[in-house]
Design a protein around this ligand. Structure first.
Ligand SMILES: [Cu+2]
Length: 379
C-alpha cells in the first residue's frame, strides 16, 4: 500500500507506489471495501459451518423444529447495518469518481495520440518528447510533468481502442478513434527526475524509484504489452528547461534526429532496422536499391527513377503510404501528413540512408552539411 512509500513486495502485491493526489482516498476506499468483504465472507462461512454442526441430523433428529416466522429486531439489524455500509461505499466511490472525472480549470492540457503500438504526446508549446527509455524489450517514450500541478490529457486514437493507465496515479481512461476522451491527475510533490543541461536528458533522482510506468490497458493487438512509457515528475524550473530542450531540435544532426523520431513517432512499432520483417518492411539496406520497391512509379513532376528507393520514394511513403504498397505487405500504415515537419522527413530519410552501410558516410556528411548550412555546428 502507498503508506509504505517506495516499491516493495507489498506495493507490488497491491498497488504501485503513490504518485498522484488521488491515491490516499482511492487506496483507502479499496481497503475499506476489501476489509468489509473479508469480514462478511469469514463471518458467513463461519456461521454456515457452525449451524451445520450445531443442527446436524444426528443431533436434532429427522423432524425439524418449528422456527419463528420472523424476528423484527434481527431483520432490522441485518438490513440496516449493511445498507449503511454500502451507502458509505457508494458515497465515497461516487465522490472520488466525480473528482477523477472533472479536471480543475487551471490544469495544463497535453494531447495524447495512441496508435498500434505507440504513444505520441503534444505539449501546449506544440512540441513532443525526444526522450526515450528501454522498457522491457522496447524503446518507449519518457514524458515529464511538473510536480504538484494538475495535468489534463486530451486523448484520441489513430486506429483501435487503447487506454491510458498509470498505476501509480490510480486513474485510467479508454482512448477511441474519431473521438476525444480526457483524463486528469495531479502528481504529488515528489520529484522523480532532474534535468541535466549537459546531457539534455532527464536523470532519475533515485535509480531505484525511476518515475512511474505508463501502460496501455486495452488489448490492442500483437504488441499491446509493449505499449509502455515512463512518466517523470520534475520541478517547475526543470520542466521549463526540459520543454526548451524538447522544442529545440535544430542542433541535432539529421541522422540522430531520424533515429529519435523512428522511436518517438512510433515507426519502430512496425519497422525494424536490423533486417527482420515486421508489420512493415525493415529499413535496413533499402536506400539506393532498385530491387526492393519494384513497380513504384515516381509522382509526376519528379525526376526520380522508377523502382529506386531514394528521397522521393521515402517522402511519398511517409506522406501518402497507400500510393504504393511494398510487395509482400498490406496497407497498414496511416499517413503522417501534417504530423512530421519537412526537416523531420529529411531526418527520417537520412537515417534510412544511414541504415545502408554503403551510404553511411554520405548520410553522416549530409547531416553535418545541413547543420553547417544553417549556421549550426554539429555537437
Ligand atoms: Cu494500446
Amino acid at each position: 500500500m502507498s503508506v509504505l512509500g517506495a516499491e516493495s513486495w507489498w506495493s507490488r502485491l497491491w498497488f504501485r507506489e503513490s504518485g498522484s493526489t488521488f491515491v490516499p482516498s482511492s487506496d483507502a476506499l479499496f481497503f475499506f471495501i476489501f476489509t468489509v468483504s473479508a469480514i462478511a465472507f469469514v463471518g458467513l462461512m463461519f456461521a454456515m459451518l457452525w449451524f451445520g454442526v450445531m443442527y446436524r441430523r444426528s443431533k436434532v433428529g429427522n423432524v425439524a423444529e418449528v422456527s419463528s416466522p420472523h424476528n423484527t429486531k434481527l431483520e432490522i439489524t441485518w438490513s440496516v447495518i449493511p445498507a449503511i455500509v454500502m451507502a458509505i461505499m457508494f458515497y465515497w466511490g461516487f465522490q472520488d469518481y466525480l473528482k477523477k472525472l472533472i479536471a480543475p480549470s487551471d490544469a495544463m492540457n497535453v494531447y495524447v495520440t495512441a496508435s498500434q503500438w505507440a504513444w505520441e504526446f503534444t505539449y501546449p508549446d506544440g512540441g513532443g518528447t525526444l526522450e526515450s527509455e528501454m522498457i522491457g524489450v522496447k524503446v518507449s517514450p519518457v514524458i515529464a510533468f511538473p510536480a504538484g500541478k494538475p495535468v489534463k490529457l486530451i486523448m484520441t486514437s489513430r486506429d483501435v481502442i487503447h487506454a491510458f493507465f498509470v498505476p501509480s496515479f490510480r486513474t485510467k481512461r479508454d482512448i477511441f478513434p474519431n473521438r476525444y476522451t480526457t483524463l486528469w491527475f495531479e502528481p504529488t510533490d515528489r520529484v522523480t527526475h532532474t534535468f541535466s543541461a549537459d546531457d539534455k536528458k532527464l536523470v532519475p533522482v533515485d535509480p531505484n524509484r525511476p518515475g512511474y510506468y505508463l501502460f496501455c490497458a486495452e488489448y490492442c493487438g500483437d504488441q499491446h504489452s509493449q505499449m509502455a512509457g515512463r512518466v517523470a515528475i520534475v520541478s517547475d524550473t526543470d520542466y521549463v528547461k526540459w520543454r526548451n530542450a524538447q522544442l529545440d531540435t535544430s542542433g541535432i544532426p539529421l541522422r540522430d534526429l531520424g533515429e529519435i523520431l523512428y522511436f518517438n513517432k512510433g515507426c519502430s512499432a512496425c519497422h525494424t532496422v536490423d533486417g527482420s520483417k515486421n508489420t512493415g518492411p525493415t529499413w535496413q539496406g533499402i536506400w539506393g536499391t532498385n530491387d526492393h520497391a519494384v513497380g513504384w512509379t515516381p509522382p509526376s513532376g519528379s525526376d526520380a527513377k522508377a523502382g529506386v528507393v531514394g528521397p522521393e520514394y521515402i517522402r511519398q511513403s511517409i506522406l501518402d503510404p497507400s500510393a504504393y504498397i511494398v510487395p509482400g505487405f498490406t496497407n497498414q500504415m496511416t499517413s503522417y501528413q501534417g504530423r512530421v515537419t519537412d526537416r523531420e522527413i529529411l531526418a527520417l530519410m537520412t537515417y534510412i540512408k544511414w541504415l545502408n552501410s554503403d551510404f553511411r558516410e554520405e548520410a553522416e556528411a549530409d547531416g553535418v552539411r545541413e547543420l553547417d548550412e544553417r549556421g549550426l555546428v554539429a555537437n
